[in-house]
Design a protein around this ligand. Structure first.
Ligand code: ARG
Ligand code: ZN
Length: 894
């Protein structure tokens, strides 16, 4: 039964205060919940219906008296209540058997909670909805030796011993909050601590809690937290509103992290790092996730969502904020651009397919069966792009003003996406956002990725250049026709020599130097630039100013000009991607391929050589340009997808680029291999990324038989890679070297892999990398699936730990199309087995895996029928969770 956004009604009761008392015991935790409730006079009188899930109910008292109650489904129903009353509920639950990791659960002998979205009802009966905000006090009681640390939201107001070796701690949260922000932690943990002063001179205590052996891996998380606190105050005037801010890491966690007020709970993956165990990517992910959760303290916790349809109110906004944070910390314009390209690459490889598939939904969905299925790249990443467009339309300062007005209006309340957009617009009267607001808000209500089609005409006589622009949006489930969007479009014109031309639109008095942002609102429009002396090369959608597919029929020559000269780094990168994509698609369509064919022509190869050898470009940017579009991204451009053919073509392109640039790769490796003392900053991590790429290419040359200038000496590279693997001073270099051996298929990989395992057998996060690398290896004659099945039997493998499940199973099913889409259907059979197995104990993780076959209708035969059969098999499982049922039934309806 689907829940509809249109059915929202305010709660019949408010809960003003909650006093919780926990007697923590893994097998039977007792929860005493004493609340003060009051009828909401604005809705008709009705019974109180409290949500509960897998609870044992022992006692219900109203104003201290026993009372009659009913259990209707999962709800506790009380009737004939006074207008205001105290309600006492006593329940027990079993954290040790909580395999869903929602509510209160045990991990490594410690207690943790996860309440968003609807986990609090697994702790006690409650109005489990985000618009019911209450003041909490929490008493935790537990065995002192086993659980020396007892944490909850807010401030510690009392603690001390109890009899029988037990002790207690009492926490009071000074801020009202919805129950999804409740948290508790109990266990043997240690903390890195840092005292900081706010601008106003207030002192705060920051803590990062981990297991005893992990303290030496918390410095980067703490630094990231300090940067986040300072950044939010500097950029948006948002100060830390708590005396104490805690982060706690757990290795059993369904997602990345959770912004519980004052007590963030994190997946260890986004906390623990030192140079020996974490890669540059890990360091940068930690920075952005720590930032993200911290920024929720305002955008999420101080102002929260009225209902779960408004999820992007906090998630889209907070992703936008964490993206801006990382860009600001990156500093230089070129490093900012690298971050932007990475963010767009994620959007286009993950969100665009979602928007085109059976799970497509608007940024603000209209209905859902299981809300956990809507923590999606659409709500998060596309939602962030919608916020970014608002900033583009009102300017950086205007956006900051808008955010200030948003907090003036809504601090302490549960609101909607409309409230947010209204505040940004109202703070900027006369802006394009304010004048176009109702149309702009279609970004919240219409699903699907708009296509922006543009074509250019040069009139030499009139010295004009006209861009004819049209937009459309494909139908999505339940939304056949679409209305035009407001599309901010960054534009510049390049002369034939690559120089940036001043821009003057017809009707304007004088040209303006540099690029500008035009706002497209109609289904079709024309834009005429005047005073143009020769046919220009248009650079459109600079900086990716809107989450659309831009269609422009560029010639190769135009793309080469953009790649060589565009002052906008995003479009410079994009030109290289278009050149590669075009060649990939042509080869995929060619019948004779791959027998002896070469996908890449000299012009492309020479352009890549110029980028690689460029004296001024950053290494990080070069690495992005030289990375071919992913198989997933290529597949999205095709109507009918033969994954094996895409894989073969991309692998052939990779090999060709490796061979043709062999000398350049060698130069790149030698000039970038030493990045100095380890620091995870953008410059040195860019150098490591390019060196790693070069090494992978050199190993590929050694493995292949193709023509190469230096093929004579090429055979030394795998040995060099093995040496680097052994000697590397940091995990980035070590893993890159290992990956070069694995992905080239060299025999030395068989020596390096066990060695890596032996070195890191006690570090769960590093073992995750070891599993992921093997599950994601380029497929050769179907060798990956047997390897994955074998790895499932490895003593270190368990499906119960979400990180481990993701490292092996998801890396294979969702991140290795060449290995997964097998003509014999064995990949799909494996997928269906794992989805059903996971569903038996952790439906949320199972439903994520279920998404791996979202795009099955695009597949060519025999893949298509085999994929359908696998989905049908999952759908037929008795007792399938709502989570997985929603995903597979939408897939089958596609
Ligand atoms: N609010 C958390 C974050 O984005 C994620 C919570 C995910 N919850 C879920 N049920 N999937 O930081
Ligand atoms: Zn979030």
């Amino acid at each position: 039964t689907a829940i509809q956004r249109a059915d929202y009604s305010a709660p019949a009761y408010w809960i003003d205060t909650v006093d919780l008392c926990f007697d923590l015991d893994p097998a039977k935790t007792r929860v005493l919940n004493r609340m003060f409730l009051r009828r909401n006079p604005e809705v008709p009188a009705q019974p109180l219906k409290l949500d509960g899930d897998e609870l044992n109910l022992a006692r219900v008292l109203v104003n201290g008296q026993g009372t009659s109650f009913k259990i209707e489904g999962t709800q506790l129903v009380l009737d004939n209540l006074p207008d205001a009353f105290e309600l006492e509920i006593f329940t027990t639950c079993c954290p040790a058997k909580n395999t869903k990791l929602m509510g209160l659960y045990v991990s490594n002998d410690s207690f943790f909670t996860q309440c968003e979205a609807e986990g609090f009802r697994r702790i006690t009966y409650f109005l489990d909805r985000p618009d019911v905000m209450a003041s909490y006090s929490v008493t935790l009681r537990a065995d002192k030796a086993k659980y020396p640390v007892l944490l909850s939201n807010g401030n510690l107001v009392a603690h001390g011993p109890l009899e029988d070796g037990r002790h207690f701690a009492k926490w009071v949260d000074p801020h009202r909050k919805p129950c999804y922000l409740f948290a508790l932690v109990a266990g043997q943990l240690v903390a890195r601590e840092q005292r900081i002063l706010s601008r106003a001179g207030k002192e705060h205590l920051l803590q990062v809690y981990v297991r005893a052996g992990d303290l030496d891996k918390t410095e980067h998380a703490m630094n990231s937290l300090m940067h986040a606190v300072a950044w939010d105050e500097a950029r948006f005037g948002l100060a830390l509103d708590l005396e104490r801010f805690m982060i706690v890491a757990t290795s059993d966690f369904n997602m990345g992290a959770m912004e519980n007020k004052g007590l963030n709970i994190f997946n260890t993956k986004y906390v623990l790092a030192n140079q020996a165990t974490a890669t540059d990517t890990d360091y940068s992910n930690i920075e952005s996730v720590v930032g993200h959760e911290y920024f929720h303290n305002w955008t999420g916790d101080r102002v929260t969502c009225r209902d779960w349809f408004q999820l992007s109110l906090k998630e889209g906004l907070t992703v936008f904020r964490d993206q801006e944070f990382s860009q600001d910390l990156a500093g230089e314009a070129s490093a900012r651009a690298v971050k932007r390209i990475e963010d767009v690459r994620l959007l286009r490889t993950a969100q665009f397919p979602e928007d085109a598939g059976p799970m497509a939904h608007p940024v603000r969905p209209d209905s859902y069966i299981e809300i956990n299925n809507f923590y999606t790249v659409t709500v998060y990443e596309k939602g962030a792009e919608v916020v970014r467009m608002m900033q583009t339309l009102v300017g950086r300062a205007g956006f900051a003003r808008g955010l200030t007005l948003y907090f003036e209006r809504h601090d302490g309340h549960a609101v909607t996406c409309d409230d947010f957009a209204q505040a940004i617009a109202d703070a900027n009267p006369g802006s394009a956002l304010a004048t176009l607001l109702p149309q702009f808000k279609r970004w919240y209500s219409q699903a699907g990725t708009p296509r922006l089609h543009a074509s250019g005409t040069y009139d030499a006589q009139a010295r004009t250049y006209t861009l004819a622009v049209s937009q459309s949006c494909p139908p999505t489930p339940g939304q056949p026709p679409k209305e035009p969007f407001v599309i901010p479009m960054g534009v510049g014109l390049l002369g034939q020599d690559g120089q940036e031309l001043p821009l003057q639109l017809a009707g304007e008095a004088a040209p303006v130097p540099g690029q500008r942002t035009l706002v497209i609102t109609q289904a079709t429009e024309t834009l005429t630039f005047v005073g143009v002396d020769a046919e220009p090369v248009p650079s459109i959608l600079r900086g990716f100013t809107a989450p659309v597919v831009l269609e422009f029929d560029y010639s190769d020559a135009q793309l080469l000009t953009l790649l060589a000269h565009d002052s906008d780094p995003f479009n410079r990168w994009e030109a290289g991607q278009r050149l590669a994509l075009r060649r990939a698609i042509k080869s995929i369509a060619a019948t004779a391929y791959p027998a002896g064919a070469t996908a890449l022509d000299d012009a492309y190869i020479e352009a890549m050589r110029s980028v690689l050898r460029h004296p001024l470009l950053d290494a990080a940017f070069k690495e992005l340009v030289l990375t071919l579009p992913s198989e997933t991204y290529i597949a999205e451009q095709l109507d009918v997808v033969d994954p094996q053919r895409i894989h073969a073509v991309r692998e052939a392109m990779r090999a060709q680029l490796a061979h043709a640039l062999a000398d350049d790769w060698q130069w790149a490796y030698e000039t970038h291999r030493d990045s100095g003392a380890y620091r995870p900053d953008p410059v040195s991590s860019g150098r490591r990324a390019l060196a790693g790429m070069a090494l992978a290419n050199l190993c590929l040359v050694a493995q292949g038989s193709g023509p190469s200038a230096s093929s004579g000496q090429a055979s030394v590279w795998p040995g060099k890679a093995y040496q680097r693997f052994k000697d590397a001073g940091n995990m980035t270099d070590r893993l890159n070297a290992l990956s070069a051996l694995v992905s080239s298929g060299h025999a030395l990989a068989a020596q390096a892999l066990p060695r890596f395992h032996a070195l890191f057998k006690d570090d769960a996060l590093v073992l995750d990398k070891w599993f992921a690398l093997q599950a994601g290896a380029p497929d050769r004659d179907g060798n990956v699936l047997p390897a994955v099945r074998q790895l499932m039997k490895h003593p270190d493998f368990t499906l119960r730990n979400p990180n481990r499940a993701r490292s092996l199973i998801f890396s294979y099913c969702s991140a290795n199309p060449g290995g997964f889409h097998r003509a014999d259907a064995a990949g799909y059979v494996f997928w269906s087995e794992r989805v059903m197995e996971l569903d038996g104990f952790n439906p949320q993780v199972a439903a994520r895996l279920a998404r791996a076959l979202d795009r099955w209708t695009k597949l060519a035969e025999p893949y298509r029928s085999a994929a359908r059969e696998a989905i049908v098999r999952v759908a037929a499982k008795p007792d399938l969770s709502n989570d997985v049922r929603e995903v597979v039934s939408r897939a089958l309806a596609d």
